[in-house]
Write a new protein. Structure first.
Length: 323
């Protein structure tokens, strides 16, 4: 059977981007950046974990349109498309533990549909993958050459394996169809527009501290994470899409801290009366997480710029209005 020839790419002065998951935390920040750089943007989101509040400020913008749709269904769009940014997926433990099948479907069927759209339009494609492909890593920090230590049948397997499959599918399209593809492995990110109750550590600690409630630290609090502010992350992802790099690239902040240190810093920043309480560590929770960003530095000329104290201040300011 002959392969479908990709449609010619747009030569219009205004590039056209499609962002799946465009009403989510990171997707909406990406939409903002693209619009600020002259793109016409179509955001697609089924609003299972995204929110129209994240894109409400774009109402009436002639360069933006929103389509409420599940990306596991057939994606049909009129007109040219230059870039497809596939961000659709539950991304917090609460979400993917409650929605394991939907998480697997968006990583597999959703990625297939998004890749099909890019192929049909002759567009460049980027998949928002995750540091979770490294699982509970045996190498620290984690370079892109590390294959990971993942439990495929554990409670986190639905998310980890969905993203690993998505990367494999992306590379299959790159090799078989010569599609221009990019893979970004996103490490822990924080900032405005995170959901208050999404289960991730940043909104959990901040919301607890703002209410002067006990801050829940799992395990002994010695497990580490590295937090990158959303604006830094989106800039790195944009540079990756515009580069010629088809291999995975880590984007994250290598500044590493323990969960206990993060809890204490949150209490100080807010001036909270919260105390710290300890709970059992969830199954397969990674003990260490820090990106090796050598590739991002050398290929993209990218390093994070926003200090943790400043990013935390902005994030706390956002959550004050939500608590």
């Amino acid at each position: 059977m002959s392969k479908r020839k990709p449609a010619p790419r747009s030569r219009a002065s205004q590039p056209t981007s499609v962002v799946t998951g465009g009403a989510g935390f990171l997707g909406s920040h990406l939409v903002d950046l693209l619009l600020s750089r002259g793109h016409r943007v179509t955001a697609i989101d089924n609003l299972v974990t995204g929110s129209v509040n994240n894109i409400a400020h774009l109402a009436g913008n002639p360069s933006f349109r929103f389509i409420q749709q599940d990306v596991t269904e057939f994606l049909f769009l009129d007109g040219p498309v230059d870039y497809v940014w596939h961000f659709a997926s539950p991304a917090s433990p609460i979400d993917y533990l409650e929605l394991p099948i939907q998480t697997l479907k968006v990583g597999s069927l959703g990625t297939h549909k998004a890749l099909g759209l890019a192929l049909h339009k002759g567009a460049r494609f980027l998949i928002a993958s995750t540091s979770e492909v490294y699982g509970d890593p045996l190498i620290h920090p984690q370079p892109e050459t590390y294959w990971g230590n993942v439990n495929p049948i554990g409670p986190r397997g639905c998310y980890d394996e969905a993203k690993r499959f998505a990367e494999a599918m992306t590379m299959a399209y790159h090799r078989e169809h010569k599609l221009a593809t990019r893979i970004v492995r996103i490490f822990n990110t924080y900032g405005p527009r995170m959901r208050l109750n999404d289960g991730r550590v940043v909104p959990a600690f901040i919301s607890q501290a703002l209410r002067n409630k006990p801050i829940t630290v799992f395990g002994s609090g010695t497990q580490t994470r590295s937090f990158c502010f959303c604006s830094d992350l989106i800039e790195g992802i944009y540079r990756l899409m515009m580069s010629e790099e088809s291999n995975p690239v880590n984007i994250g902040n290598p500044h590493e801290m323990t969960m206990l240190e993060f809890a204490e810093e949150t209490i100080r920043a807010i001036g909270s009366k919260s105390r710290i309480v300890f709970r059992p560590l969830p199954q397969d929770d990674p003990k260490q997480r820090r990106p090796d960003i050598t590739r991002a530095k050398s290929i993209l000329r990218w390093t994070p710029k926003v200090p943790f104290s400043e990013g935390l201040k902005q994030t706390i300011g956002y959550f004050r209005s939500k608590v």
